[in-house]
Design a protein around this ligand. Structure first.
Ligand SMILES: [Zn+2]
Length: 457
């Protein structure tokens, strides 16, 4: 009974806080849930936040540049939990692979001051264009030592998850996290249900507490990656389809994972000098509430202000508000930077050995393909009318040749690779039917059934 009451209360909160409109980030809603579970949560969270900021900003050796030397690469695994229709909307296996790779590119650009749209950082903001100096890569060894393309796929029959946490457990219809001390887990799901519909992304960081096996980020499945072509599916309709197609949802959520929060302070639109208002970090200007859409903060020398621009006649927003920061709610196309103080806080997560994400830097081996392991490959389209593309990850186990056999095992031909990581070959000289490809890699052999269908032949 108590559990039922809890979920009824939870449900009401979610309906109030999430509703049906698209919601860039579920931070407020998840905080409300955590507070319902534990009334002392908010107090603990705020204390921890202050402690993290204080420690990070007092580390004066990093203070001046907002960055530091050191080569940190964090392993990331994407858990795709979708139904068949959503899988196809993502572009199938090939599309998912491509989205994962472009998403990693976006993270590496945004966290290393090399985003493609850096020219849109206005002159006044250039001193606040911080460099986190952290890199990300797909994990190529899974927790059991087997090779991985850096993502897992679970096809489900339902339209999605009705609570974001259920995506994180295999027995609840999702996928269990990989060791949270070695990998950052990102679940890509459809949010379906009155409590979560409209969500784009939501994060559980260490400071938020809760079940440690749920640490990570949950986001809408088709927000994954950066748009490569106009045919790809990203959230939105024809009017707003450009909102979330540059991969910045994960940039924003990764900021939360590394303990930085919204630039306006999540204080119900208050200015920092109000009794319940919050100043987020010293180098962020005072800001009332969140920014939506894209205010196009690219006027040379221009500034954008809000209701907190003036305090007793003193202009406290000489460079405007931080609506171009990755931690506002601006459209993907309008956000361009983390500030040096935000970078310091995130970097402090990797401090040896006290940083809460330090352990993520200690397992570079999971970024590599296990030596001698089976190869990852894909043959498509299948069925085919004749022309096939063979894709494989060119790693320590290179492709040698492919033997084409009929269903009786009789050899019909041999194909040699002509390029890496993919090449095209033609089997239209064969008759329509089912064939088996025996794929010989240097250290292993794999087989793949292909269906050749030539209309009328
Ligand atoms: Zn957020």
């Amino acid at each position: 009974m108590r559990k039922i009451l809890f979920w009824v209360a939870t449900y009401c909160f979610w309906v109030i806080t999430v509703g049906n409109a698209q919601q860039r980030c579920g931070l407020d809603a998840s905080m409300n849930i955590l507070e319902l579970r534990d009334p002392t949560f908010r107090q603990r969270f705020e204390s921890r936040k202050e402690e993290i900021n204080r420690n990070a900003l007092s580390a004066s050796h990093e203070k001046n540049s907002g960055t530091s030397a050191g080569d940190i690469t964090i392993p990331v695994v994407f858990h795709i939990v979708v139904n068949q229709g959503q899988y196809e909307k993502m572009g199938g296996k090939w599309g998912i692979e491509s989205r994962c790779k472009s998403q990693i590119d976006v993270l590496n650009e945004d966290f290393n001051r090399s985003n493609f749209d850096s020219s849109l950082v206005p002159e006044l903001w250039k001193p606040l264009y911080g460099n986190v100096g952290v890199h990300f890569a797909l994990a190529h060894t899974n927790p059991y030592g087997y090779p991985s393309p850096g993502y897992t796929i679970r096809l489900i029959s339902k339209a999605g998850v009705s609570e974001f946490d259920s995506a994180k457990y295999t027995n609840l219809g999702g996928t269990d996290a990989w060791d949270v001390n070695k990998y950052i887990n990102v679940w890509c799901v459809n949010f379906d249900g009155p409590s979560v519909s409209g969500l784009i992304g939501v994060t559980q960081s260490r400071s938020m507490g809760g079940d440690s096996s749920a640490l990570g980020i949950c986001m809408l499945y088709n927000v994954l990656g950066r748009r490569q072509d106009t045919a790809q599916s990203f959230p939105g309709n024809s009017k707003d389809s450009t909102w979330y197609d540059l991969g910045r949802t994960l940039t924003h959520e990764m900021g939360h994972f590394f303990e930085i929060w919204h630039v306006w302070g999540d204080d119900n639109g208050l200015c920092p000098w109000n009794p319940d208002g919050r100043r987020v970090l010293p180098d962020l200007p005072p800001q009332g509430g969140q920014t939506t859409t894209n205010p196009r903060y690219n006027i040379p020398g221009g500034t954008i202000h809000d209701g907190c621009s003036d305090s007793s006649g003193v202009d406290v927003q000489p460079i405007g508000i931080a609506c171009l920061d990755f931690m506002d709610y601006t459209d993907d196309s309008g956000m361009h930077l983390f500030t040096p103080d935000q970078a310091l806080v995130m970097r402090s997560m990797f401090a040896d050995p006290t940083g809460e994400s330090y352990s993520l830097t200690q397992h570079p081996e999971v970024l590599e393909w296990p030596v001698g392991a089976p190869q990852i490959f894909n043959v498509f389209p299948n069925p085919t009318t004749g022309v096939l593309t063979f894709y494989y990850d060119n790693n320590t186990n290179p492709l040698q040749y492919i033997t084409i056999c009929d269903v009786n095992g009789i050899k019909a031909g041999t194909v040699l690779p002509t390029a890496t990581p993919d090449f095209v070959f033609d089997i239209s000289w064969l008759r329509s039917g089912v064939y088996i490809l025996k794929i010989q890699f240097l250290h292993s052999v794999a087989t793949q059934k292909v269906v050749l269908y030539k209309p009328g032949k």
